[in-house]
Design a protein around this ligand. Structure first.
Ligand SMILES: C[S@@+](CC[C@H](N)C(=O)[O-])C[C@H]1O[C@@H](n2cnc3c(N)ncnc32)[C@H](O)[C@@H]1O
Length: 195
C-alpha cells in the first residue's frame, strides 16, 4: 500500500523532537492521539529509544499507520490502537500524551472529551505536549493562520483554531499546569503541561 504522507510532518518533526527530548525526558510510555500518517510516531519512537511510543487514531487511519510502523520496524513501537476520543481510551498505562494538529480538527466537544480522559482512563498521564496552531485570546497569530481557520470553517463549522488559553483552562481542570509555550516554525506552537 502507498503510505499516507504529510509534508508538514516532515517539516515539523525535528523542531518538535527537540522539545520532546526535554519535555518527555523522564517518560517511558507515551500515547499519541490522532497519529494521522504515522510519520511522527515512527520518527519519535526511533529518536527516543527509551520511550514505548503507542500510536493511536480513529479506525479509518489505522491501516496507514500500521503499514508505516511495520515498514519502519522500530523495536520500541507496538502497532497502533484505535482511539476515538469520544470512546474509551486504549488499555495500558501511559505517563505522557502527545497530540499534533488535532485540536482544530476535532469539534470543541472532542477536545473537552480528550481532557476528560485525563481524570479517567488516562489518569496516569503526567506530561502533556500539544502541538498545532493556536490563537491568543481570540486573535490569530498570523495571516496564514487566519486563512487556515477560514478554510477549516468552510469545510466544517465545528473545526477551527482554538485559543491556547482555553486549552490551558481544560488542562488546569485536570490538575495540569502550563510549563511552557514553545514557539515553533510556521506559526505553530507546542503547549507543554505537567501535573
Ligand atoms: C490534521 S490530522 C493530524 C495528524 C497528525 N497528528 C499530524 O500532525 O499530521 C488530524 C488528526 O486528528 C484525528 N482526530 C480527529 N477527530 C478525532 C477523534 N474524535 N478522536 C481521535 N482522533 C481524532 C484524525 O483522525 C487525524 O489523525
Amino acid at each position: 500500500m502507498e503510505l499516507p504522507f504529510s509534508q508538514a510532518c516532515e517539516n515539523n518533526k525535528d523542531p518538535i523532537l527537540e522539545v520532546l527530548k526535554t519535555a518527555f525526558s523522564d517518560c517511558t510510555r507515551v500515547l499519541e492521539v490522532g497519529s494521522g500518517t504515522g510519520q511522527h510516531a515512527v520518527y519519535f519512537a526511533s529518536q527516543l529509544p527509551n520511550i514505548h511510543w503507542q500510536a493511536s487514531d480513529q479506525k479509518e487511519y489505522l491501516p496507514g499507520v500500521t503499514a508505516r510502523i511495520k515498514q519502519e520496524g522500530v523495536t520500541n513501537q507496538p502497532l497502533p490502537v484505535e482511539f476515538d476520543v469520544f470512546a474509551d481510551a486504549p488499555g495500558g498505562t501511559f505517563n505522557a500524551l502527545f497530540t499534533a494538529n488535532t485540536c482544530h480538527i476535532m469539534p470543541k466537544e472532542g477536545v473537552e472529551r480528550l481532557f476528560e480522559h485525563l481524570e479517567g482512563d488516562l489518569s496516569s498521564v503526567e506530561r502533556l505536549c500539544i502541538y498545532g496552531p493556536f490563537n491568543d485570546n481570540g486573535h490569530f497569530t498570523s495571516d496564514s493562520n487566519r486563512g487556515f481557520h477560514q478554510s477549516l470553517q468552510s469545510r466544517n463549522s465545528d473545526m477551527g483554531i482554538r485559543d491556547w488559553q482555553w486549552i490551558t483552562e481544560l488542562a488546569n481542570q485536570q490538575g495540569f499546569e502550563l510549563k511552557k509555550i514553545h514557539p515553533l516554525p510556521a506559526n505553530n506552537q507546542l503547549l507543554e503541561f505537567q501535573r
